[in-house]
Design a binder for this molecule. Sequence first.
Ligand SMILES: [Zn+2]
Length: 457
Amino acid sequence: MRRRVAALALCICSIGRLASAQPAQDLDSRVVTLVGQVSEQRLIVLLKKLETFGTRNTLSSIDSPTSGIGAARQWIFDEMKGYSPKLQVSFDTYRIAAQGRITRDVEARNIMAILPGRSPRRIYISGHYDTIAINGGQSGSNAGNRGRDGIVVSQPADPNAPNDSPAAGVNDDGSGTALTIELARVFSQSGLDFDATLVFMCHVAEEQGLMGAKLHAQKARDQGLRIDAVLNNDIVGNARGGNGIIDGASIRVYSEGPEDSPSRELARFVQRWGMRYVPSHTVRPLSRPDRFSRGGDHSAYNQYGFAAVGFRESREDYSRQHDPRDTFDGVSPTYLAQNARVNAAAAAALALAPPAPGVLNERGQANINRAPSGYDAHLMWKASPGASAYRIFWREAWGPDWQHDMLVGNVTEATLPNTLIDDLVFGVAAVDAAGHESLVSPYISPARDTDDVKTAK
Ligand SMILES: [Zn+2]
């Protein structure tokens, strides 16, 4: 194997020079420091505060200073606003008309904290701060609503009345909300100069059909905003399954396909870099959009064309979800802190890296061929601003993750001799002088349109 790699490197040498400065080490000590700033104690304070609002239902009261969604959204706004003058905190406000589970016209506010980077391309860390409690909770839903166990949640008969029935939602999704708020603090106080713009987003109206996320993603698409990645966290604070099985050392990451979709590449990135910076926690990518019959805000971003993944706790306790029993005693701040560290590592590594290189030619086809011999792998890509080298990845065309990689110089093409592009999947990432690595751009062929065959009479 060593001899083969040497031969490959020689070949690339003939096209361009090898990376002049190899990164001194795999990890950036500044990212290590940033990840180390995630505080379990701060997460406890945030979770307990979120619990005090009683409910954060999108249709709950907005006039109380201490309970309901009006008080909650103002507190989240003020909390993030206080972290750093660099954070641009705002309400992302919409008027949603009565529809589906929205029983009346309602003002809905996402809370957004932007940490501007050198470039406008965005990376999101998110959760949803709204909550819900329904009769029977998620256990009832799982059992076809036959599993009711005596918890009756009263809903107002008048659709215009506020729904203030208890729904503390400490895990769903106080956990993702606390994680998002805590990382807004850590990133904005890090002193780091990121290439990408970071957005810390607390979505609303997730429980009524991902409405806050959909409205924001739709606006982002309409405004032509570039969103490179959405890390969405929804139910990430408990590792004790309702069946008694406990796994506090892993986190699930769901992504929509196909296998080299932007969201799948993002999931691979989260695993690769999350586990390098937080080796004590296992990232488990899963090749499906979400759990069976369950949804989350990352899917709203997918629907509007953006790469997004959903973080989910390792084991769930359905008896506490969408249920008044979703309280602080049902979460593990230690576990939530580990999940926050994985998010922090992946987002920081990605935000410090150059943008991913383009690998499509002018006809929109993957820029790869068999030149020069007809039996080689010849990869071409567009230079990425800020890159000083590129890393080529490849794997058998039957496998979920990259199997091999090789750092090449500051070049825009490379050839691997006697390498069948038919049997391997290739990708390339941009790498800066400090070793920060972009998402991988895969060489995939778009599906071909077909024409019906004309038949003769
Ligand atoms: Zn949720």
